[in-house]
Design a protein around this ligand. Structure first.
Ligand code: 7MK
Ligand code: ZN
Length: 851
């Protein structure tokens, strides 16, 4: 039984009670884990209001108040809560519950990942462990004692510092932990298992030594070194950039195979999806390496932005997530090419967040209404939230931004606060007025900028007028970086415009001819813009803008313009200026990594977002046609760059990574040409690393290459005992572009290594099919949609969070043609009638079917 009553930001009120200390004892057992929870509770002011503790999926064994056992009629319990009337102002409450970790396939609360026990409590998982005030503004000091079989579970971990350990009867042992920092229940963690441990240490800026420990499945120690190096880099970066030092004597990371998300920042004990810890060159791609580093950084940065200062309520999630994503993006930009990192952030935003903001689940970065909190760990809260922080950084400048961050910690360390508290600290420290800027926290939808230019030759004046429009038409404060490029000298001047009204005009003097406008330098705001520029202007920007992001973006605009033209007129041949532009990219002296980004065509989803009621197959045909056209015209040049960027020996530095990216994008062009497909088998055979193997397989899957089946069989045989690598194999199988795909999908879900119980497996096959195989997902027969719906029905029971994440492409149907919209709606109506529909899916289906 679920409660389908939504909660509203406007209804926030403080709890009448506070909890100062929590002492937990876990007696671990697969079917019957006992949890003893002893809480010191007090009333904030005298009141008769009952104490209502959250609790779900729990078996209540006993309740004692001030050490006296209560009887059934001293409290009320239902499937959501436990209610007790207590007269005392301060009291000790002890609650004993029983859990069944092995049956917990939702992976929230306490569950088993393989042989190990672990927990996931954010957002509201602690209430599946014990009855509690499970809300982030209730902060307590936790002491945790874990008891388990010593041989099977030699490591018993929880938050903070180890304070006691010892042997018990019957082969059991215990370890006790104490976390000195008061924290909300969502940051609680427990892990028990047998692991290999990589240890190291970090000397902080105040010369304290912190023990670093990474726990991985036995045999995986060699794959933990990159994660350890990333952790140390993150610790040093946060000291240097923000003056933030780690605060406990030990920092632990545990990698587990069963995990709903990427990772979790539990105080002193991060739990990670093993996919974001384990990496070596044989089994992980360059992208995997990048992501491991970014996720390790993200979770580490939460220690200050999230843990030391946390959220008052879950509507404020972006307070910690937007800020922490911004911090991890800045870190990645400092560790790698800043512009390439920025381009990759913007791609995610444009291809996924914009679609979310245009779909039925659109919400402001600070949502106002929530049914299931797990549905709001979104691209909007995270990625758009990070863009909002970035805009503050742009408006204040780096120095004042840092002052703002300092003031934020000065005011709020140890507290649970709101997004407004954050903005006010930034405004107060910088003396920049952010009143209007707060609108970004209240409005859903991607704002659109309409840009008009004019030039007056008599006064040598260039004018730019920008109009903003968004759903609610209250003006937002939008920083707009521009460059004006002189057509004679090709010299460029940069300006930061601040749009605060619906429409504003700016004038610039001293131009003999109309300059070329490069808009949104570095992508200063998460907006769409409408500005018609000639091919020639776009080429000027590509070649002469100082801002490399704009160089790249102009190239993308040129390419997408032609893709859309080909869509309207399939007979169109590629004009010479487009071919020249791509040739110039290959010939330029930019870095290989940057060229690879320039040569990557705008994605299907990014393009679809800008076309109304798109026929997906027509769009895909157009993309393929442009790619084939460029490959045909520039075959020799692609081949030359392909060969030039082959490395004899594996290296893992920025240059080598860029060369692999460039080589592999060249390969993807070349192998659209039948005669060049022999390169695939050659590359696969000679590959010294996973990036190159996978690039060959991916291009082969897209191009139906003959060698594909043989290579995939070889890959499967080689990697069938490494689950994370087999995930890549499943993903490639799911992206095969021909009619056999549906029969293959049916076979693959029966593969001995496949299981819907593991979120990584589910995503690798089903997620990859829906995201990477648009041609067959959107097949006019509806078979792609039906396949997804069938899997979602199964996942609804096994793991509602994963089911809810995977339904995304089916609820964002408004951009599709009418025929497909109708097919999808029929399927969604049918799904909404399922018995035992989770809150997660219910919320999304109601939103999708409301329109
Ligand atoms: C990232 C919450 C956690 C979605 C993306 C993450 C989650 C969901 C990692 C889980 C995180 N606090 O650190 O944000
Ligand atoms: Zn996070």
């Amino acid at each position: 039984m679920s409660d389908f009553t939504p909660r509203y930001l406007a209804d926030y009120s403080e709890s009448n009670f506070s909890i100062s200390t929590v002492e937990l004892t876990f007696e671990l057992n697969e079917h019957k884990t006992r949890v003893i929870n002893r809480m010191q509770i007090s009333k904030k002011q005298p009141s008769d209001a009952p104490l209502i503790l959250d609790g779900e999926h729990l078996k209540l064994l006993s309740v004692s108040l001030n050490k006296a056992l209560l009887s059934d009629d001293d409290y009320q319990v239902n499937d959501m809560s436990l209610t007790i009337n207590v007269a005392d102002a301060e009291f000790l409450l002890e609650i004993v519950t029983e859990l069944n970790p092995i049956e917990n396939t939702a992976l929230e609360g306490l569950f088993k990942s393989g042989d190990a026990y672990c927990t996931q409590c954010e957002a509201e998982g602690f209430r599946r462990i014990s009855y509690y005030l499970d809300r982030p503004d209730v902060m307590a000091t936790f002491t945790t004692k874990v008891i388990a079989d010593k041989a099977k579970f030699p490591y018993l971990l929880s938050n903070g510092n180890k304070v006691a350990a010892g042997d018990l009867a019957n082969g059991q042992h215990f370890v006790q932990w104490h976390d000195p920092f008061p924290k909300p229940s969502y940051l609680f963690a427990l892990v028990a298992g047998d692991f290999d441990v990589l240890t190291d240490s970090f000397r902080t800026c105040s010369a304290r030594n912190v023990a670093l420990e990474i726990f991985v499945d036995k045999g995986n120690l060699d794959k933990a070194h990159h994660a350890m190096a990333s952790l140390k880099h993150s610790m040093a970066w946060d000291e240097e950039t923000f003056g933030l030092e780690y605060d406990l004597d030990i920092y632990m990371i545990v990698a587990v195979d069963f995990f709903n998300m990427g990772a979790m920042e539990n105080k002193g004990l991060n739990v990670f999806n093993s996919k974001f810890v384990l990496a070596d060159e044989k089994s992980a791609t360059d992208t995997d390496y990048f992501n491991v580093e970014a996720v390790i950084a993200h979770e580490y940065f939460h220690n200050w932005t999230g843990n030391r200062v946390t959220c008052r309520d879950w509507f404020q999630l972006s307070l910690k997530e937007g800020l922490t994503v911004f911090r991890d993006q800045q870190f990645s930009a400092d560790m790698h090419s800043a512009v390439v990192t920025r381009i990759q952030n913007v791609r995610v935003l444009r291809s996924m967040q914009f679609a979310e903001d245009a779909g039925p689940m659109a919400h402001p970065i600070r949502p106002e209404k929530v049914l299931e909190m797990n549905n709001f760990y979104t691209l909007t809260v995270y990625e758009k939230g990070a863009e909002v922080i970035r805009m503050i950084h742009t408006l204040l400048g780096a120095e004042k931004f840092r002052k703002g961050i300092d003031l934020y910690f000065e005011r709020f360390d140890g507290m649970a606060v709101t997004c407004d508290d954050f903005i006010n600290a930034m405004a107060d420290a910088s003396a920049v007025d952010l009143t209007k800027f707060k609108g970004w926290y209240e409005q859903a939808g991607t704002p659109q900028l309409n840009v008009e230019e004019s030039f007056d030759a008599d006064s040598n004046t260039y004018q730019i007028s920008i109009t903003q429009s968004n759903g609610e038409n209250t003006a937002l404060h939008i920083p707009i970086g521009i460059e004006l490029i002189s057509v004679e000298s090709k010299k460029s001047a940069a300006h930061l415009l601040q749009l605060t009204e619906q429409k504003q005009t700016w004038s610039f003097q001293g131009f003999a001819r109309k300059p070329v406008l490069a808009l949104l330098t570095g992508f200063t705001a998460p907006v769409k813009s409408q500005l018609s520029q000639s091919d020639q202007d776009l080429e000027t920007i590509m070649n002469h803008a100082d801002d490399e992001f704009c160089q790249w973006d102009a190239g993308q605009t040129l390419l997408s313009t032609y893709i859309k033209r080909v869509m309207a007129a399939p007979e169109l041949t590629l004009p010479s200026n487009l071919i020249d532009a791509v040739r110039n990219i290959l010939h330029s002296d930019a870095s290989a990594a940057f060229k690879a980004e320039q040569l990557t065509l705008p994605s299907f989803s990014e393009l679809a977002d800008s076309i109304e009621e798109v026929d997906p197959i027509a769009l895909l045909d157009a993309i393929d046609k442009v790619k084939l056209g460029l490959a045909t015209e520039l075959e020799a040049l692609f081949l030359q760059h392909y060969q030039q960027n082959i490395q004899q020996e594996f290296a893992n530095d920025g240059k080598a990574i860029g060369q692999r990216a460039l080589k592999n994008i060249c390969l993807s062009y070349l192998t659209t040409l039948a005669p060049q497909q022999s390169l695939l088998a050659e590359q696969y055979q000679n590959a010294t690393n996973m990036t190159d193997s996978l690039a060959a397989l991916n291009s082969a899957a897209k191009g139906n290459a003959e060698s594909f089946t043989i290579m995939m069989a070889d890959f499967e045989q080689k990697w069938n005992s490494t689950a994370l690598v087999m995930d890549k194999w499943f993903s490639i199988q799911a992206s095969v572009c021909d009619e056999t795909i549906y029969a293959n999908l049916a076979k693959l879900i029966k593969h001995p290594l496949f299981t819907l119980n593991n979120p990584n497996r589910a995503r690798s096959l089903i997620g990859a099919f829906t995201m990477n195989n648009p041609r067959y997902f959107h097949c006019s027969s509806g078979r792609g949609y039906q396949f997804l719906i069938e899997q979602i029905k199964l996942l609804n029971i096994i793991n509602p969070q994963v089911a809810s994440r995977m339904i995304t492409p089916l609820i964002q149907f408004s951009s599709l043609d009418q025929k497909r919209q109708k097919m999808i709606k029929t399927l969604l109506v049918d799904l909404s009638k399922q018995e035992n529909l989770s809150k997660d899916l219910k919320e999304k289906l109601d939103a999708a079917l409301a329109g």
